[in-house]
Design a protein around this ligand. Structure first.
Ligand code: GLY
Ligand code: MN
Length: 458
């Protein structure tokens, strides 16, 4: 994510800060940018990733910067230092900070240490997610305890939740690249390969497109492990591969998609049956996602499709509505249907999952399955979301529930024992909510059985 240009115009950054100032009404807002994070010694660091709120309001994608937005004076000050000759020798030159700042509509740039003259204990700031930010806040504000500003959190969420058309076009780019990466992985997958070789194809696609990953990808024949980051399995005939990966576009915007495909180009009968249930759940959820609809209700509609399909196949018994009411479907679908997406793959999750995905009309459930639902509030036009239902056959969970006789009236444990090594299926696409409903972000990538089989053999 490096470019001398900023992704948006100075006017757009200025407008964003104006909106934030008017939401906050008074006081000073302290925005901390990120610094490099060392791997094993100071100068060997992970790829730099700017803080997303800093990117959104200030735009400059460089380490060691902070900003104060003074609401009462209507002014923004950037704090940082131009790099010294020592740095230029090792790292090359970079544009002057004042030139970069003016690209974001910021005219006042002061040295890093001048921040001490401008901060005060009443400053509004966000919850830190890196320990270095905690230390910075304690130093700058001389406070014993971090108390993030709820007003700032809610103001930022209300603004960043709704994507502008310019943001949507960058989301389109991120998701189109994400779709391209998935097609590349699907086409290159062959029996005899190891999972990490396919990760290699995904990585090459990202680098070939001046992009990186928006999160550590999941690529596995053990799709039942929801966030599986091991890539050591050899892939053999009959394996079903779950690839959940996303591209971060050079602007910082994220894509996040999942496809589940057969390594040998043909889904088996049981793979087809379960796949089509997940596809039906995805399609029902997409069609139901529109402004004013609670995403929790959309999640429950997808859960209903899964309960219905698993009942028809004989893995569950009873009325699907009752199954979902009782939460028995969560043995197959233990995660939430989706989340917001934007500059972060789980957009703004560092500000608090419940502030982003819930509102005063809906509280988070403690129930197994529902407690993992990141987004439940009513949808609004301009929200960018993922829809990602799945069916997972999780041996440890099945054994545990069976031993407890849990939901035994709904779950056919005897039939389940026959497919205990099945793995998992997830289908995930990204959407922007419009007045008329959910519109796909990015170039479409097939996700029906025929389409995937055709792509796989192309
Ligand atoms: N794509 C990974 C996740 O949404 O958690
Ligand atoms: Mn996701």
């Amino acid at each position: 994510m490096k470019s001398s240009k900023l992704p948006f115009s100075a006017a757009e950054y200025t407008d964003r800060r104006k909106t934030l100032m008017s939401n906050m009404e008074s006081g000073k807002i302290l925005l901390l940018g990120n610094c490099n994070a060392s791997i094993n010694f100071e100068d060997n660091y992970y790829n730099f990733r700017q803080d997303s709120n800093f990117l959104y309001y200030i735009g400059i994608n460089e380490p060691n910067l902070n900003a104060i937005i003074d609401v009462d004076k209507g002014e923004t000050i950037l704090f940082g230092d131009d790099i010294s000759i020592d740095h230029i020798i090792w790292m090359g030159n970079q544009a002057k900070l004042s030139d970069q700042a003016s690209l974001a509509g910021i005219e006042r740039v002061l040295s890093t240490t001048s921040i001490f003259d401008y901060v005060d204990k009443e400053c509004h700031y966000l919850p830190p997610y890196r320990s270095v930010h905690t230390i910075q806040l304690e130093n700058y504000l001389e406070i014993p305890e971090i108390k993030p500003s709820l007003k700032l959190i809610l103001s930022i969420i209300s603004q960043r939740n709704t994507k502008s058309e310019n943001e949507i076009s960058l989301l389109h780019k991120a998701t189109s690249l994400t779709a391209g990466m998935h097609a590349e992985v699907i086409k290159n997958a062959k029996p005899g390969m190891t999972e990490y070789e396919l990760i290699g194809h995904a990585n090459k696609y990202a680098w070939d497109n001046n992009a990186t990953w928006s999160f550590t990808p999941i690529l596995t024949r053990d799709g039942q492990i929801l966030h599986n980051h091991n890539y050591h399995n050899k892939l053999a005939d009959g394996d079903l591969i779950l690839f959940d990966g996303g591209i971060e576009h050079s602007s910082g915007y994220a894509g996040d998609m999942t496809r589940t495909f057969p390594i040998n180009s043909k889904y088996s009968d049981i793979q087809k049956s379960l796949y089509n249930i997940v596809k039906a759940a995805h399609d029902v959820a997409r069609d139901a996602s529109k402004p004013k609809t609670y995403y929790k209700d959309v999640h429950l509609m997808a859960a209903f499709e899964i309960a219905k399909g698993m009942t028809e196949l004989g893995f569950m018994n009873g009325d699907p509505e009752e199954i979902v009411d009782e939460g028995a479907h969560a043995i197959f679908f233990p995660h939430g249907l989706g989340h917001m997406i934007g500059l972060d793959v789980h957009d703004m999750e560092n500000l608090g999952e419940t502030f982003v995905g819930y509102d005063q009309t809906i509280r988070k459930s403690d129930d197994f399955g529902l407690k993992s639902l990141r987004l439940a509030r009513p949808l609004e036009a301009g929200f960018a979301i993922t829809i990602e239902p799945g069916i997972y056959i999780i041996p440890h969970l099945i054994d545990l529930w069976k031993s407890e006789n849990k939901h035994a009236e709904f779950i056919n444990y005897e039939e389940l024992d026959k497919i205990k090594n099945f793995g998992g299926i997830r289908i995930e696409n990204d959407y922007i909510i419009r007045e008329g409903g959910a519109e796909l972000l990015g170039d479409p990538l097939v996700y029906d059985i025929e389409g995937i089989e055709k792509l796989k053999s192309s």
